[in-house]
Write a protein that binds this ligand. Structure first.
Ligand code: C5P
Length: 222
């Protein structure tokens, strides 16, 4: 599968999200809805993205007792999101509950992705690998990771285990607060299945043009 671009719609409300979609829905297939936007707009933003033909990565990082996470997963699947995530540190029973809840849908089952260790916390590659293994053993479809870890994770966990990589910066964009950045081209070469890009596209003078440049750079990596 060719690497997919996911644009992080990190804006505070539905009005601003609609503006982003006006600019990008024709060219970008995947959008990430995170805590800020979902808390402000609720499921309406997911419906709007889907109505415009987009796919949704619901980035709410579920972490609770298995029964509660199963319910949240079922709600996410009912909304029609194509991907959502849970904290691997919630444990194997919680991850299995997320898989089972997500499968309770008449439509396609969403991909369930594990969050290993937040980049704001200290961690070694061995720590990340251990948690990623636990995600795989528990039946998850993949993990969020830095593209710098992608080669090792693909080698250890197999080609089918999906890697979703944020911390991406094209050479022409501002670094912002991301430290261990990787270019779209290098992320594709490292084996990322999805790259998540926010500010380099959203804050560009012309977001559609910026998205196009990122996608061209991705295609140039093959
Ligand atoms: O604007 P930027 O491209 O840095 O956005 C990256 C997105 O990926 C943000 O929504 C951020 O929350 C998310 N993310 C991240 N680093 C992680 C996990 C998620 O930047 N380790």
């Amino acid at each position: 599968m060719a690497t997919e671009l996911i644009v992080a719609v990190d804006v505070p409300n539905l009005e601003q999200a609609s503006r982003v979609l006006d600019q990008l829905a024709d060219s970008v297939r995947w959008f990430k809805v995170g805590l800020q936007l979902f808390t402000a707009s609720g499921p309406g933003v997911v419906r709007e993205i889907r109505a415009r033909g987009g796919k949704v990565f619901l980035d709410l990082k579920f972490y609770d007792i298995p029964n509660t996470v199963a319910g949240a997963a079922q709600s996410a699947a009912a909304l029609g999101v194509e991907m959502f995530n849970v904290h691997v540190s919630g444990g194997e029973a919680m991850m299995r509950a997320a898989m089972e809840g997500g499968a309770q849908t008449t439509g396609a089952r969403p991909l369930v992705i594990g969050v290993t260790i937040l980049t704001s916390q200290p961690a070694t590659e061995a720590d990340v690998l251990k948690l990623a293994r636990s995600a795989k053993t528990s039946g998850l479809d993949g993990v969020v990771c830095s593209a710098r870890e992608a080669v090792t994770l693909k080698r250890e966990l197999g080609a089918d285990f999906k890697l979703v990589c944020p911390g991406i910066r094209p050479a022409w964009s501002e670094k912002g607060d991301q430290n261990r950045i990787v270019t779209p081209r290098d992320a594709v070469k490292a084996g990322a299945d999805y790259i998540v890009v926010g500010r380099p596209i959203l804050a560009a003078a012309n977001p559609a043009e910026a998205a196009k440049r990122v996608m061209e750079e991705m295609h140039g990596a093959y």
